[in-house]
Design a protein around this ligand. Structure first.
Ligand code: ZN
Length: 124
């Protein structure tokens, strides 16, 4: 995803952040998009998920996709259902870094706005 003066990507949830007036004086330093993201913060767990996701994508091979629940089950076992959002956030961060794409119905979609079930594909 292209970043410019008026658009960057939240370091936690991986969604696009548009420049807004309230950030006029600190835009350079703004790294997270919302109170929610700032409260939660980026945890070691999040970096691990990103790496685990990359590994899984690599193992799966090019042009193949994975469901976020596969990683959730692998990483969290029984509690996997409550851990889907951290994995979707990790997937969006990978999209922002150019390492992955998010698909719905076999089409690449906008990671920032996609709602509902997604699949993740590695990007080389
Ligand atoms: Zn965010």
């Amino acid at each position: 995803m292209k970043e410019d003066k008026f658009c960057k990507v939240c370091g936690l949830c991986g969604r696009r952040m548009e420049w807004r007036k309230a950030w006029a004086d600190c835009w350079e330093k703004v790294a997270l998009c919302s109170v929610g993201c700032r409260k939660r913060g980026l945890r070691r767990e999040d970096h691990e998920l990103e790496e685990a996701l990359l590994n899984l994508l690599q193992k799966r091979g090019p042009a193949k996709t994975i469901c976020p629940s596969e990683l959730a089950r692998q990483h969290y076992g029984e509690e996997w259902r409550s851990k889907m959002e951290p994995i979707r956030m990790a997937a969006r961060r990978l999209v922002a870094k150019g390492n992955a794409e998010i698909l719905q119905k076999n089409q690449v979609v906008d990671a920032s706005t996609a709602k509902g079930p997604i699949r993740i594909r590695g990007k080389v």
